[in-house]
Design a protein around this ligand. Structure first.
Ligand SMILES: [Zn+2]
Length: 109
């Protein structure tokens, strides 16, 4: 067998959902920063800190914030919530890797 495992691995690890992300979103160095922007948009809304989903869904302030968040995510370069989730999952995975194997720019798991 004359297989090249390294090439195969790289190919099979490419996630098509993440191909279209702008380079700065692919850069692990920016991950925490970007996640914080999104997190702040989501939670910085209202002091009541709703205990359950129904309460949260009924709060005009929080719903306003929620729609702002999708605008913020679009501005950051995400095309869909699914893409955002895949992006988050990928970067969470990178954090578990030895830094010496992490490339500065990349788009795979
Ligand atoms: Zn609220």
């Amino acid at each position: 067998m004359n297989k090249k495992p390294s090439e195969l691995t790289i190919k099979s690890r490419t996630n098509p959902l993440l191909d279209t992300l702008p380079p700065y979103l692919k850069d692990p160095a920016n991950y925490e920063k970007i996640r914080k922007v999104i997190y702040d948009t989501f939670t910085g809304s209202c002091s009541s800190g709703h205990g359950d989903m129904m309460e949260w869904a009924g709060c005009a302030k929080c719903q306003q914030r929620f729609s702002e968040r999708s605008v913020v995510m679009k501005k950051l370069g995400f095309q869909s919530p699914a893409q955002y989730l895949a992006w988050q999952k990928t970067h969470e995975h990178i954090k578990t890797l030895d830094p010496k194997y992490v490339l500065p720019k990349y788009n795979s798991l």
